[in-house]
Design a protein around this ligand. Sequence first.
Ligand code: E4P
Length: 217
Amino acid sequence: MKFFIDTANLDQIREAQALGILDGVTTNPSLMAKEGITGADNIINHYKAICEIVDGDVSAEVISTDFEGMVKEGEALAALNPQIVVKLPMIKDGVKACKYFADKGIKTNVTLVFSAGQALLAAKAGATYVSPFIGRLDDISTDGLNLIAEIRTIYDNYLFETEILAASVRHTMHIIDCAKLGADVMTGPLSAIEGLLKHPLTDIGLAKFLADYQKGN
Ligand code: E4P
């Protein structure tokens, strides 16, 4: 399972990269705004900075909602660095743009996916990644994990190569459950990733080992 970090915060990206488990980064306009990154030039420079920190894929989201605009924006983003994955919304023109980029060999991430039907369309359009938002489904009392399971079944039935990128991951159990269900990738906050490290028995055991070592020295 690939681990992406879902943030535009450079310190957090560096920290996850330093842990040695990071496979990529996802961003979105809200995450950029949260870091105070506004204006086209600053946003472009921020993507470049992220690509310098990580080795893997970096999703960069288009703002346009029409086909021509998405193609223009996506081509400019993809030209920044081979690591850039053009992130497209799951709307009609987003599907068309996905097919356009797939035919050109440019990687895509179809975002804001909330149903199996949307995921099927993204795969048909040749998406590199499809991003089902499990946390936002949970927020409205709908089982986000069930969507991951449905997409896994559909993609396996037809051997679609589109990778299931479980997004809107909020906590460690989301990561574990997505791994059990066979999601190819998860993207989540640093807190959820680091949460996997923690177990009280590890802390108790380590404290005992260190105390016993001290006794003998
Ligand atoms: C995915 O690519 C999105 O950036 C993200 O996972 C959305 O998560 P949220 O629902 O916590 O905002």
